[in-house]
Design a protein around this ligand. Sequence first.
Ligand SMILES: N[C@@H]1[C@@H](O)[C@H](O)[C@@H](COP(=O)(O)O)O[C@@H]1O
Length: 269
Amino acid sequence: MRVIIQKDYDNVSKWTAAFIAKKIKDANPTEEKPYVLGLPTGSTPIGVYKELIRLNKEGYVSFKNVLTFNMDEYVGLPEDHEQSYHTFMWTNFFNHIDINEKNVNILNGNAKDLDLECQQYEEKIANAGGIDLFMGGIGPDGHIAFNEPGSSLESLTRIKTLTQDTIIANSRFFNNDVNQVPKTALTVGVKTVMSAKTVVILATGHNKSLALHKVVEEGVNHMWTVSALQLHRNGIIVCNDAATVELKVGTVNYFKDIETNNLDPKTQL
Ligand SMILES: N[C@@H]1[C@@H](O)[C@H](O)[C@@H](COP(=O)(O)O)O[C@@H]1O
């Protein structure tokens, strides 16, 4: 695992956007062989999206031949609701880049048959040749997408009941009213994320520090689903100083030294 420790949120966003943009450029995607990105919502990735928009507008990277799959969507929230993940993605990212609408995939939380919707999502990912790079955030309890504590680490796309902790955390987007937060969501599974060729997880701020400690310094555990990253061959965490407060000084120094000594990052994986 690589752990990239940056000073602050802005640097986390810049590092990650530059990494993703370079991956896309290096792949030289075509219509026949697009680059496949897995994408999250949440407040954490907004800075990365802003930076990717800038790189796109400057002509450094194009999304014309990029296919995207979003991680999750609430069940039962109208697609045009201001807090739906559809709205989030178009407002914060897709409306501002040169992506082709038909290349955007987001789970339909209003599908008549939710199980079928999930199964077909997995099939679509497989038909696209799998996901090249999955970016994710984490919940304070270490969940990725909506894979709440106790989720199977082998899970695929499915419907999940949200924990009370997540409902409370997300109520800030619903007038601080827990009753307005949907109780279920469709989400890619832990295995769906971990099947990507590269996984980049963002963790910023003090409230992610316990989760960061669990994934970096403790074992693989379904109660902290992001810890499955330890089993990935190309797992990268990008965090800021504030998120490292629960890590040992030695752990922080180790990961910082490797990056500043400019050794081949592959030697960390
Ligand atoms: N389903 C999303 C996750 O994908 C996201 O990582 C998490 C953290 O969000 P934030 O980045 O706002 O802390 O929120 C939700 O639970």
